[in-house]
Design a protein around this ligand. Structure first.
Ligand SMILES: *[C@@H]1O[C@H](CO)[C@@H](O)[C@H](O)[C@H]1NC(C)=O
Ligand SMILES: *[C@@H]1O[C@H](CO)[C@@H](O)[C@H](O)[C@H]1NC(C)=O
Ligand SMILES: *[C@@H]1O[C@H](CO)[C@@H](O)[C@H](O)[C@H]1NC(C)=O
Ligand SMILES: *[C@@H]1O[C@H](CO)[C@@H](O)[C@H](O)[C@H]1NC(C)=O
Ligand SMILES: *[C@@H]1O[C@H](CO)[C@@H](O)[C@H](O)[C@H]1NC(C)=O
Ligand SMILES: *[C@@H]1O[C@H](CO)[C@@H](O)[C@H](O)[C@H]1NC(C)=O
Ligand SMILES: *[C@@H]1O[C@H](CO)[C@@H](O)[C@H](O)[C@H]1NC(C)=O
Ligand SMILES: *[C@@H]1O[C@H](CO)[C@@H](O)[C@H](O)[C@H]1NC(C)=O
Length: 441
């Protein structure tokens, strides 16, 4: 009895270790991919990295979001006992080499993420022979023109070249990337027009070209991007007016067009784009009234219509459930300050509102709202009226310029949206010192 139990125990140990060996054996990378990986990482500028047949699934655990991130992900076939690398991520390693043509030795590679390094040069033409679906080179030092042969990377669904030093025009060949969902080209030195061929990118869900030197008008063909969820053209160099056909992009959730030169224009008709969560039309030379449907958008969280020429009154109460940030600075709005929902952060500075007195909506407001009323009335520096004394300067909101954050002691970081480092700073001060504008959104 005792013996047989012991025997059974031994058997199970043996069985377990067999399984273990089998699992490990199944996870082996072929030697040519190991060699390629060692060569590739060396060319990228990594030193002291050494990969072997067990490197599949290897990743360095991250503690903070700013830690380097390394992930080698493989597709393993048990019948063959081999794995193939399908995805590489070497992020935030300060790698200072070049993009290696030898990447093509990883025949099964679909995705590469080398964001936040110091890689220079450009994307090798050889990569065209891979079936790459995703390339992220965000925040590197790549330069020269965006290569026209990228048009041969027809499997691409994701291309992020943000924050590099690419210059010249966008090659019209990118119009061949019909599977592309994400095209992110912000913060480069791109110029010229957006090529007409981009209109063929019917699968696009996300297009961003902020902070470039483009010229010409915002093209009407954006209306062809019927799946678009996010459109960003902030300080892109493109000129207005915003094409009225933008109304057709009914799936948009995030629309940011800002800092454009434009002839006088009226508010684009966004009444059918009911899923907007963020709407930024800052500095677009828009006049007329803010349409009432804006206050009824049931998903809107952040609204920035600053630095336009909006006239007319706001509704008596702005209580949209989801709305958290409202920026209407630098317009010609008149009438009363509305009542706002508790917890909102609102900038009404530099407008032409009436002076408020007891009995008017804002003065009955008892809830906690962060309100900037600096120069919000034509009548003087701040709104007068006894009731406004508390509101006036107790909780002024100050928009800090990134450059002045360090030197401005009242600024405390307040993260917005959770994804990027937007620089909205809240300060509790006893005087409205000065209103800084945001230089980049
Ligand atoms: C590594 O990358 C793969 C493929 O992109 C992903 O599925 C996996 O979750 C990543 N692992 C870690 C730990 O981030
Ligand atoms: C084994 O791998 C080779 C090359 O990687 C492939 O051509 C072959 O189809 C695979 N066989 C099986 C059974 O998966
Ligand atoms: C990339 O950087 C290396 C080292 O700094 C330099 O020698 C090389 O010329 C650079 N290449 C390009 C294309 O800028
Ligand atoms: C891109 O594709 C075209 C047409 O198939 C071909 O002539 C050209 O050589 C390819 N370019 C590269 C860099 O692969
Ligand atoms: C737009 O940029 C292109 C390329 O830099 C240039 O050739 C063209 O003259 C520019 N057009 C205008 C109207 O500025
Ligand atoms: C705004 O429109 C007016 C009238 O068309 C024009 O004079 C002015 O230059 C425009 N401003 C900007 C910044 O484009
Ligand atoms: C909004 O949708 C309605 C109903 O489909 C349509 O009749 C109207 O023309 C659309 N408005 C705009 C500005 O696209
Ligand atoms: C501001 O409002 C006052 C009175 O409400 C009006 O007289 C004045 O013209 C307005 N100023 C501007 C620049 O619209």
């Amino acid at each position: 009895m005792f013996f047989s139990l012991r025997y059974a125990f031994l058997i199970s140990i043996l069985a377990l270790s067999c399984l273990e060996t089998e699992r490990l054996a199944a996870a082996e990378l072929p030697q040519d991919e190991v060699d390629a990986l060692n060569l590739i990482t060396k060319k990228l500028g990594a030193s002291g990295w050494n990969f072997n047949a067990d490197s599949c699934g290897e990743y360095l655990p991250r503690v903070r979001p700013t830690d380097p991130e390394r992930n080698i992900s493989c597709n393993c076939r048990t019948e063959n006992n081999t794995c193939h690398i399908v995805s590489l991520k070497f992020k935030r390693f300060s790698l200072a080499g070049e993009l290696p043509p030898e990447l093509i030795q990883l025949h099964y590679l679909e995705s590469i993420d080398l964001s936040y390094n110091y890689l220079n040069g450009s994307i090798p033409s050889e990569w065209a022979s891979l079936q790459l679906k995703s390339i992220s080179l965000l925040a590197n030092r790549l330069s020269g023109n965006i290569p026209s042969y990228l048009g041969n990377f027809t499997s691409l669904t994701y291309l992020d070249l943000e924050l590099n030093q690419f210059s010249g025009m966008i090659p019209h060949e990118l119009g061949k990337l019909v599977n592309l969902k994400f095209l992110i080209l912000s913060s480069n030195k791109l110029d010229g027009n957006l090529p007409m061929e981009l209109s063929k990118l019917g699968s696009l869900t996300d297009f961003r070209i902020n902070d470039n030197n483009f010229n010409g008008s915002i093209p009407d063909f954006v209306k062809n991007w019927k799946q678009l969820k996010r459109l960003e053209m902030v300080a892109s160099g493109l000129e207005g007016p915003i094409p009225s056909s933008i109304s057709a992009l009914e799936t948009l959730t995030d629309l940011r067009i800002a800092d454009i030169t434009s002839t006088d224009q009226s508010f684009p008709d966004l009444s059918n784009i009911t899923g907007l969560t963020r709407l930024l039309l800052r500095g677009c030379n828009i006049s007329g009234e803010i349409p009432l449907y804006i206050w009824e958008m049931s998903k809107l969280r952040i609204l920035d219509l600053s630095f336009n020429k909006f006239r007319g009154k706001l509704p008596n109460a702005i209580t949209t459930e989801t709305l958290v940030f409202i920026f209407l600075s630098g317009n010609l709005l008149t009438g009363n300050i509305p009542m706002f929902r508790k917890g909102m952060t609102v900038d009404l500075s530099y407008n032409n509102f009436s002076e408020q007195s007891i009995g008017q909506p804002a003065c009955q407001q008892k809830t906690d709202v962060t309100l900037n009323l600096f120069r919000s009335s034509s009548m003087g520096n701040d709104l007068g009226g006894a009731c406004m004394d508390d509101l006036k300067c107790d909780k002024c909101m100050i928009l800090c310029d990134p450059a002045s954050v360090q030197s401005f002691p009242f600024c405390t970081m307040n993260s917005v949206g959770g994804q990027q480092t937007y620089l909205y700073m809240l300060a509790q001060v006893h005087e409205c010192l000065h209103v800084f504008t945001i230089s980049k959104f």
